[in-house]
Design a protein around this ligand. Structure first.
Ligand SMILES: *Cc1c(COP(=O)(O)O)cnc(C)c1O
Length: 392
């Protein structure tokens, strides 16, 4: 079966759905067993890593359906679900670290991941070193005997630097470290982490998989070797995703391909148009041929989603930028992304980074290209630039 067909069929086992197209939403804590034999059989099946129904927290047909769809789309051996993307990141890290170990995390990482490393993980005796996202096989120089994990994320969701993940994974594995990836930007469709050396891949399904700005959910897909670590951590942490949220993400996945194609096309059109504007210093979008990360993107990725950045030329005062942004009609100003609507936010990556300085003189703006008609988006931004230049 080709990938797009798999996305339509994944997680739709006939067993529980009585000929209805979508699997039902099971709300459950208690699961009843008719006999003592049945309860013992279910526990034995769970010990064999099968998915019997034992208790709501350990999964229902609704959660299993989404787990299957994640593996069908992203690859790996098995997947586990979490109540948010950040909870999924926490679980993947807690599954793979121990007190006294060292981890390497890209300096372009999602800022709340950094917060987790700098506080909770530090308190538990895990030391984090942030590395230059462009380091490639040079990561070898930072590996220590106790390095347990190399965490990658490409492109970074503020600065859009690409990482040479196969090169990093080769070095990490040679030294016995695992590679964890936040693969949210590409979604499961545009980067295949397990073909590039990643051991556990995290998705904030809140973004493109959900796709409608109305659900929080995280997924971790693991290869065969790391699955037992992830499974045990999920049980120990007592986390899973809520049934209605699983339903929404599963529904979002049926249309993921067609939505992504439009996000990609609109994003590239906007990025190209912005690159030609006199107010813009540079555009950060790996699908543009002159982007520093373009060669890696072309080699390793299967497409671009709708999230990218651009930097204004220096010298525009804050009130001019505010006039530009406040008056936009089609771009909401808000965090998160991956929904059907366009968004724009100002960001300050220089303040977050510690390993490598982020140099920019003008204001950086992050754009999420939604599914609107791109001509309306361009006209809206053009009026924004008029306000920017008119406000002295
Ligand atoms: C949003 C996001 C997350 C976290 O997802 P939540 O569901 O909001 O917790 C993780 N990584 C990246 C790159 C994100 O953009």
């Amino acid at each position: 079966m080709k990938e797009d067909t798999k996305l339509i069929h994944a997680g739709r086992s006939q067993q529980h759905r009585h000929q209805i197209v979508n699997p039902p939403v099971y709300h459950a804590s208690t699961v009843l067993f008719p006999t003592m034999d049945a309860i013992e059989e279910a526990q034995a099946a769970r010990a064999r890593d099968e998915r019997p129904m034992v208790y709501g927290l350990s999964g229902t047909p609704t959660t299993f359906a989404l787990e299957d769809a994640v593996v069908a789309a992203e690859g790996g051996h098995r997947a586990a679900l979490f109540p948010s993307g950040l909870a999924a990141i926490m679980a993947a890290l807690l599954a793979t670290v121990r007190a006294g170990c060292h981890i390497l995390v890209t300096d372009s990482v999602y800022a709340p991941t950094r917060n987790l490393c700098d506080h909770l993980l530090k308190r538990l005796g895990v030391e984090t070193t942030y590395y230059d996202p462009l380091i490639g096989s040079g990561i070898a120089g930072l590996i220590r005997p106790n390095t347990a994990v190399v965490f990658v994320e490409a492109p970074g969701s503020l600065t859009f630097e690409m990482q040479d993940i196969p090169a990093i994974a080769e070095v990490a594995h040679r030294h016995g470290a695992l590679v964890l990836m936040d693969n949210t930007w590409a979604s499961p469709l545009f980067f295949k982490p397990f073909e590039k050396g990643v051991d556990m891949s995290i998705q904030a399904a809140t973004k493109y998989m959900g796709g409608h700005s109305d659900v929080l959910l995280g997924t971790v897909a693991a290869n065969r070797e790391t699955w037992p670590l992830l499974r045990d951590a999920q049980r120990q942490l007592g986390q899973n995703a809520a049934p209605d949220d699983c339903f929404l993400v599963l529904r979002g996945m049926r249309t993921l391909r067609v939505r992504l194609e439009r996000h990609q096309a609109n994003g590239i059109r906007l990025a190209e148009w912005l690159r030609g504007r006199p107010e813009v210093a540079r555009v950060l979008h790996p699908a543009l041929p002159d982007d520093p990360g373009h060669a890696i993107w072309k080699r390793d990725f299967l497409g671009a989603t709708g999230l990218f950045g651009f930097e204004l030329k220096p010298g525009y005062p804050r009130r001019a930028v505010a006039a530009m942004l406040d008056g936009l009609e089609h771009f909401g100003m808000g965090y998160s992304w991956g929904g059907f609507e366009s968004l724009i936010v100002p960001c300050e990556p220089a303040r977050i980074r510690t390993a490598t300085p982020w140099r920019s003189e003008g204001q950086l703006l992050r754009v999420h290209a939604g599914l609107e008609d791109v001509d309306d988006l361009i006209a809206d931004l053009a009026r924004g630039f008029e306000r920017l230049s008119a406000t002295g």
